[in-house]
Design a protein around this ligand. Structure first.
Ligand code: G6P
Length: 361
């Protein structure tokens, strides 16, 4: 049954493992037999009517939103901003003439996000909620709704909802481009099934990822994740996941910005994980790895090409379309956090001080 752990020691591990199946379910829900992306036409219309999309979310969902922004801008050509709900609520930026608000929320109950929904509805703007929970507050109150079909997520640290959100953004972006007649170099249905297989391959690397957690994270108090572009967004989620479940202080950093201050924190043995999946910044991020390696960091490169350069170790990712790399990166970042939490004897599924859904502002 969906809400039972079965043979799994923890829900978090079960939910990490479920991700390829969630991708396949989403393919069924959001594409037709002919391999064409199919979305509720009223949603595609609302997306294409907007001159700017405002993504509003908290926590892991915010991080999925950052990837969503990249997909909406690069695939659909729609300017997109991503905002933390609690910030947007009280410090609203100047809005465009025809905004569309997209709320992303696993639970559909996050009070900070709902506060924004209420405010922008009062202003008369159209709203879309992307959630895992049909009938939740944010689902009910939005004009348009899309489901994540990830199945119940029980572990407090979000895993499968994150990758489901990214996938749903890819469907929205492609549906929008299809409708506008934009020529695409991305066959999403095909590429997403390749990504699902790739996620499976990473799930099969548990032994390696456990070893990485042991080698890099067993005695340290802090850790860094660096990346550029899409990889930077992945780093933000990687550091949040590690903090949440293992209580190791971590920072997700834009590779090029590290040298402007934060590199002062690098000491002998400081763990630095570098995601390097994006061709346009591949050389740049590798120089950033060299910079920290020269200052004694313990470095691991996570890339599709498997080139180690100046790093101590590598994790090789399966080849996937460059727009979908966050889907396969998610698995090692989640498993590294999971094994680090086990090492630190933390309560993986129910970390201290956290709640699965936060219903107070
Ligand atoms: C809580 C959870 C996080 C989650 C965030 C947003 O803080 O602990 O894991 O990312 O809320 O939740 P939502 O349900 O709105 O996606």
């Amino acid at each position: 049954h969906d809400t039972e752990k079965g043979a799994y020691a923890h829900y978090m591990l079960k939910e990490i493992d479920e991700q390829p199946a969630v991708m396949r379910r989403l393919l069924q829900e959001y594409s037709g037999k002919d391999g064409v992306v199919t979305l509720d036409p009223t949603i595609t219309k609302a997306v294409n009517a907007a001159d700017r999309i405002y993504i509003i979310a908290c926590g892991t969902s915010y991080h999925a939103g950052l990837v969503g922004k990249h997909l909406l801008e690069t695939i659909a050509g729609i300017p997109t901003e991503v905002h933390i709900s609690s910030e947007f609520s009280y410090n609203m930026p100047l809005l465009s003439k025809k905004p569309l608000f997209v709320f992303i929320s696993q639970s559909g109950e996050t009070a900070d996000s709902r506060a924004v929904l209420v405010k922008v509805k009062k202003l008369g703007h159209p709203t879309l909620t992307m959630t895992n929970v049909e009938g939740s507050t944010l689902y009910r109150e939005a004009d348009y709704k899309m489901l994540l079909f990830a199945g119940p997520e029980i572990a407090v640290a979000s895993t499968k909802a994150y990758t489901a959100m990214i996938a749903v953004f890819a469907f929205i972006a492609v549906a929008s481009a299809q409708k506008k007649g934009t020529k695409l170099d991305l066959d999403l249905v095909h590429e997403m099934s390749i990504a699902a297989q790739g996620m499976e391959q990473m799930i099969d690397e548990k032994a390696l990822l456990k070893e990485v957690a042991r080698d890099y994270l067993s005695i340290t108090r802090n850790a860094f994740y660096i990346g550029r572009g899409l990889d930077y967004y992945v780093c933000m989620e990687a550091s949040l996941k590690l903090k949440e479940v293992s209580y190791i202080q971590a920072e997700g950093f834009a590779g090029g910005e590290l040298k402007h201050g934060t590199i002062a924190l690098i000491e002998d043995g400081t763990p630095v994980f570098a995601f390097a999946t994006q061709k346009n910044v591949n050389n740049n991020i590798r120089s950033n790895v060299q910079e920290v390696a020269a200052r004694g960091a313990h470095t691991c490169i996570i890339s599709m090409d498997g080139v180690t350069n100046h790093a101590d170790d590598r994790i090789v990712l399966p080849n996937v379309h460059p727009a979908l790399t966050p889907l396969v990166c998610a698995v090692p970042l989640q498993l590294i956090a999971y094994y680090a939490a086990l090492q630190n004897e933390c309560d993986v599924d129910k970390p201290r001080n956290l709640a699965k859904s936060v219903t107070v502002e």
